[in-house]
Design a protein around this ligand. Sequence first.
Ligand code: GDD
Ligand code: MN
Length: 366
Amino acid sequence: MVAKHQTPVLSLIIPTYNEAKNIEILIPRLAKVLAKIPHEIIIADDNSPDKTYDTALHLRKKFPRLRAICRTHNRGLSPAEIDGFQIAEGKYLAVMDADLQHDESILPDMFRKLEAGAELVVASRKAEGGGVSDWSRFRRFISWGASLMAHLLFPRLPSDPMSGYFALQASLFQRLSAQINPRGFKILLEIVAKAKQIRVAEVGYVFRSREHGESKLSGAVALNYLIALAELRFAGIFSREYLKFILVGFTGIAVNQLVFTAARRFGQLPDEKALLFGIEAAILWNFSINNLFTFRDQMLRGMGRVMRGLIFFQAICLVGAYINYATALHLSHFLGFNIYLANTIGIVIASFWNYFLNANTVWRKA
Ligand code: GDD
Ligand code: MN
């Protein structure tokens, strides 16, 4: 046994909530994998009822590089990770789940990439050699959709922005720590969105299925994630253009209602058709006014360019409409939100989407 071990170079944080059984398996595995790297392992437990913390203290007798903290306030995955980062001594920090879903054998690879100069190394299910073991089609689809959105909003994102398994230079964390918002499950996204121009490396791995204990991620996670994305993307950039865009959006509502009413009353159209007329009129109206007013500095001129812009605008708004629809349904049916509130949230998120995508494609600044 080592009496006084070297100062750690790598600090591996493991957030836990009811993972006693898993850490008994994981810690010995880690000791083997990390044998050649001066390291410490920090279990950041939220006072789990299954006594994960006590189990960690017990394991510590055999694995002196193991440390454990017992948190009693501000429960949650991200805040636990941040607390772990804060007491870590290593020059490099890493996080992994306790539940054996993250393949520990790639840790030395991740470590080498940090040593080679990467500031952030993401263990990725999407990079070469990566994958998921037995996900249902549905879960794959959700995961695909969420990461597609993330990539559209943040063009320079790593291939697996939702990974809970990554490593970074402690100095990068210190530089960003004041800006990191420790909520939910999105710490990596937070880091990537706030750090501009960092050297990111990836290592592929296969996400295993969970054998003991249960997942704490609910069905609401994908949605929270989208809200987080929107927040990260849009906080602080409520530009004049954005406000104009929203204003135009409101006038679009009026146009929609007017045309809808006219089509019903005077055109004698059935509701299903009249609604479509209203929606299309609003899209045409919004497109024209945004072109003339909101984005006048990048105004599209000439038939060809206007038509092309309009096609893009239509497509983007269609996706926006879907986001509105899916968010509202999800919030109300699965999370029990009042339908009006749910729809309002859907509208707000969709408007972020519409604005950001249009501002960056149709009316992109040269
Ligand atoms: N301290 C603490 N507090 N730990 C928590 C909490 C909490 O409130 N909630 C979850 N954890 C720990 C779990 O004990 C586990 O070690 C790890 O965080 C991941 O939690 P899971 O509940 O197993 O999450 P998952 O497997 O469904 O989600 C994983 O994949 C997602 C992407 O698909 C995680 O790696 C996520 O970070 C990742 O976004
Ligand atoms: Mn898990």
